[in-house]
Structure formats: C-alpha cells, structure tokens
Design a protein around this ligand. Structure first.
Ligand code: UTP
Length: 238
C-alpha cells in the first residue's frame, strides 16, 4: 500500500477555531485513506498566531513562543482526531516513532508540531522520510510555489515543477521566526532534497482539490522532484 504524508496547513483547517473546515475535510480524508496509508500533520493556523503575538507582547522569547505554537498544532490535531472518530488512531503522534507505530493499526495517523524553530512542513518532511512515504502533499492557502508572493506581486509566476535544489535557492534568505509564514520552511526543503520523496504543493482551501489531486492526479500546483513528472494519483505508476 502506498503511503501519503499530508501537511495540512492550520491556515486552511483552522483559520480560526470558529471557521474551522474539519467537517468538510473529514469525508475527504476518510475517502483517501481507503486507498493508501495516510498520515496528516496539522498546522497551528490563526489560533497559533494569536498565541505567538500575545507571547511577543509579553516579552516571551522565540523558542518559548514556538512551544506555544506546537501546543496549538496539537490541539488542532486532537480536534481532527475526535472528528474522524474510528477512522483515526485515537492518540496524537508526538514523535516520528509514535507515528510509525500508530500507522501499523491501519488508521489515519494525526500529528502536530514536534520541536521549536521549524514548522509542521518540516515535521511532515521528516515523517515522510521516516515512513518511506511515496509522496508528501502540502495543502496550504496558496496553489503552489511562486516566484514572488502572489498576494503582493501581480507578476508572480507559479512554478509547475521545481527540483529540490531550485526550491532551496528560492527559500534561502527567508527568516524563520515563530509564526513565520513562508510556503515551505528551509528544514522541510532540505529533508525533501535528501530523501528524494516528491512534494506536491496544492491549494488546500477546498478539500475537493485534495481529493481530485490524490484520487485522479488532477490539480494545478507545484511538484518538487528531480523528475519532471506528476507523482499523483497515488494508485498510478509512481
Ligand atoms: P505551522 O507554521 O506549521 O502552522 O505552526 P501554520 O502556520 O498553521 O501552517 P500553514 O502556514 O497554514 O501551512 C505554527 C507555529 O508553531 C511553531 C512555529 O512557531 C510555527 O510558526 N512550530 C510548529 C514549531 O516551533 N515547531 C514545529 O514542529 C511546528
């Protein structure tokens, strides 16, 4: 059975607690998990940013602010586990070892953050590497990796394919503070490079996009891989 590690941005699953899209994601995740082993890593979203902003105002340092961010990712992960019910392993994986052991039960494994100075994209990349996943998908609030921030630069161009080296060159120079919001963090990009596991970045704001990407291989996004080929659908000739 193929393995997918999904980095599900907090900005799409829990933009705020009130506006969470868990109900809409639930069926999609269950459907995808019928065809593959699925591990989902949840980001902190707007609530993590609120905590980090409050922490900074209190003069709390970045490492401790990151710990607050991690706590929120785990709360979001717990909310998703509860909503998935029997389809999910009932405990949050807090280590990669946990995630590997939980996945033996054939259920969706859900994880949040792990350690300061990174984001859940890095967690996803390490998890993908340690599970020998076939693909990592980053479902976020933008439909791929652009030459500049598409929200600020109308000339920004979306890359259809990037090699891991090209991705690293794009990222280098960006800062990584608590709550930083780059499309993929440096640690994640380095792990993607060394593992050779293909990364697909898609727009996660509508769960239908993820479903079509995984089950039909139909999406517009960015593929990061040495090979210029689409690693989806998961049942295809990967
Ligand atoms: P993320 O940055 O991964 O969540 O974690 P997000 O912003 O919701 O993800 P996107 O942008 O939607 O994809 C939130 C914060 O938690 C801390 C960092 O401060 C991060 O900015 N964190 C998370 C860590 O320090 N370590 C981790 O392993 C994960």
């Amino acid at each position: 059975m193929k393995t997918i590690v999904l980095s599900l941005g907090g900005s799409v699953l829990v933009p705020s607690l009130e506006s969470n899209t868990i109900q809409r994601y639930k069926e999609t995740l269950i459907e995808i998990s019928r065809d593959c082993a699925l591990c989902v890593v949840i980001g902190g979203g707007g609530e993590a940013r609120r905590y980090i902003t409050a922490a900074r105002k209190l003069g709390i340092d970045e490492a401790f602010s990151d710990e607050l961010g991690i706590a929120v990712t785990r709360l979001n992960a717990a909310l998703l586990i509860g909503a998935l019910g029997d389809a999910a392993y009932p405990k949050i994986a807090t280590t990669y070892e946990d995630a590997r052991a939980f996945s033996e039960h054939g259920k969706i494994v859900v994880m949040g953050g792990v350690t300061p100075a990174q984001t859940t994209d890095a967690v996803s990349a390490v998890l993908a590497e340690s599970m020998h996943a076939d693909v990592m998908i980053n479902a976020t609030s933008v439909d791929g990796i652009y030459s500049a921030d598409p929200k600020k630069s109308p000339d920004a161009r979306r890359y259809e394919y990037l090699t891991p080296e090209e991705l690293l060159r794009i990222i280098i120079g960006e800062r990584l503070d608590a709550g930083a919001n780059t499309v993929i963090d440096l640690v994640a990009a380095k792990v993607i490079q060394r593992s050779g596991i293909p990364l697909v970045v898609i727009d996660g704001r509508d769960p239908e996009t993820l479903k079509k990407a995984v089950l039909q291989g139909a999406y517009s996004g960015t593929v990061v891989s040495e090979k210029k080929q689409n690693p989806l659908p998961i049942q295809g000739e990967l």
